[in-house]
Write a protein that binds this ligand. Sequence first.
Ligand SMILES: *Cc1c(COP(=O)(O)O)cnc(C)c1O
Length: 398
Amino acid sequence: MISPVMPTYARAPFEFERGEGSWLIATDGSKFLDFGAGIAVNALGHAHPKLVAALEAQARRVWHVSNLYEIPEQRRLAERLVDVTFADTVFFTNSGAEAMECCIKMARKYWAHKGEPTRNRIITFKDAFHGRTLATISAAGQEKLVDGFGPLLPGFDQVEVDDIEAVKAAIGPETAAIMIEPIQGEGGIRVVPGTYLRALRQLCDEHGLLLILDEIQCGMGRTGALFAHENAGIAPDIMGVAKGIGGGFPLGACLATEEAAAGMVAGTHGSTYGGNPLACAVGNAVVEEIADPEFLDEVKRKAGLLRQRLGALADEHGDIIAEIRGEGLMLGLRLNEGFVNGDFVAAARANGLLTVPAGANVVRILPPLNISDDDLAEGVSRLDTTCRAVKAQSGEAA
Ligand SMILES: *Cc1c(COP(=O)(O)O)cnc(C)c1O
């Protein structure tokens, strides 16, 4: 019999009663160090006093009014984001996929508004992930995402990430935009080199195309920069943000330049919940914390520490760990053939450490950005224990 909750997830049999900082406490009292942060969402850990206070204070004032009216918290959050990014304007959503939908719709509208509605194709990349709506699975095009869900939305041309010539070849008279994650998250913590991002920017400039970045996972301080593209010294025209920006409250955003958003006039796009007072109250508190240069410096410092420790771990366990990759506190352990990332994640959990599997046999390490040095060290120690346990298991199996 089908479970009351539709069985689309392969869940681990754990439920948590509460969280404290970088720790989650299960209903049986056992404690887990959270190196997954709800898939890069709990950027400030669990039960952060400032976020709790922001949500509680807003909950007592007003929860929801709809976008029929002014929402001061939403305006404030938009102003903040405009202040600290390339963007001139922001549309708020409840999730990452909706943020990317807005990016896609905006790119099409941009050209339609300019009188070139046939310019509606978007170049995207293999192994990309942009969400689970029909448009975003069509954009990513991965078999495991699209299987059985056709007909897909037309208008996407997928190319290999490393191949700039393939991008050039894919640009045609109908191309509207290029859309990419600066670091592929679900695809396996694959960093797109700065040189490549700069080359894409240049191609967009030469051909008048819009550059859309999906910073839903790699943005909001994850890499130690507020947004990952800053590391490459470029700016997009349109960008999707979600995950970390709500710190656990469902919130996403589509940021754009004034030029790119030229067609997005009243009535063209909307969302009932998007940017509601509760979400934006929390979003303001999150952005205030994370956009602080001192906070970002701390992320960079901790990232250096973690990278060093993981490097030592990989040296020690070279039989299991093939490579450490990623940037900042968005890191991946790529496992050697013969070891399965899902098994490793389960073994880590048995050792009180939460991690997240990704493509390319990678184990994702995505701790809260405000994790303490001690907790970072503890996590690496638990990874070491996990490697030993995994080795012992594979020895038994052999
Ligand atoms: C998680 C994610 C999304 C989708 O976000 P949802 O909130 O699950 O809709 C899109 N793009 C990237 C890069 C992501 O990591």
